[in-house]
Design a protein around this ligand. Structure first.
Ligand code: FES
Length: 162
């Protein structure tokens, strides 16, 4: 019995069919798994490992390498604030501090209501539009504290609407 939905299992099969070596599909499969479950619990790690022919330990080593893969649940909206050099030079530290204050949580913490989690991260590839943050797969750039408030308000509204 799979821990994944039919749709995710089908995605896995499609991915596996694209690679001559099954293990090459591991990282994208883990991302799909995390998208569905919110994080990577042991049963998901085992199942993905079996599909690509890798041991649980080998899968855990890969998860440990990629910071975007999580072993603990995150909030519905995972806010990743870049404080790397370009962002730092353009106020990234202030943006991160502002997010901490507004959300009432710190690095790798989840808000009590589960709506937001926060993480301070290295470069997210949006240096030309620094300072930047990412919420799940969405990028937000050229930030100011006011813009951050607006962004967080919009996600909170979305969470309440579901
Ligand atoms: S340094 Fe922040 S996006 Fe590159």
């Amino acid at each position: 019995m799979s821990v994944f939905s039919q749709a995710t299992q089908e995605r896995f099969q499609t991915l596996l069919s694209h690679y001559p070596v099954k293990r090459s599909a591991l990282v994208p499969m883990l991302l799909f798994a995390q998208d569905e479950l919110g994080y990577l619990p042991p049963e998901a790690i085992r199942e993905v490992g079996e599909l690509v022919g890798a041991s649980e330990l080998a899968v855990r080593e890969v998860i440990g390498y990629y910071s975007m893969l999580r072993l603990e649940p995150a909030g519905k909206y995972h806010v990743q604030v870049c404080t790397n050099i370009s962002c730092m030079l353009r106020g990234g530290d202030d943006i991160y501090r502002h997010c901490k204050e507004r959300l009432g949580i710190g690095h790798k913490e989840v808000a009590a209501d589960g709506v937001f989690s926060l993480e301070e991260v290295e470069c997210i590839g949006a240096c030309s539009w620094a300072p930047a943050l990412q919420v799940n797969y969405d990028f937000h750039q050229e930030l100011t504290p006011e813009k951050v408030d607006e962004i967080l308000r919009d996600y909170r509204k979305k969470a309440a609407a579901r």
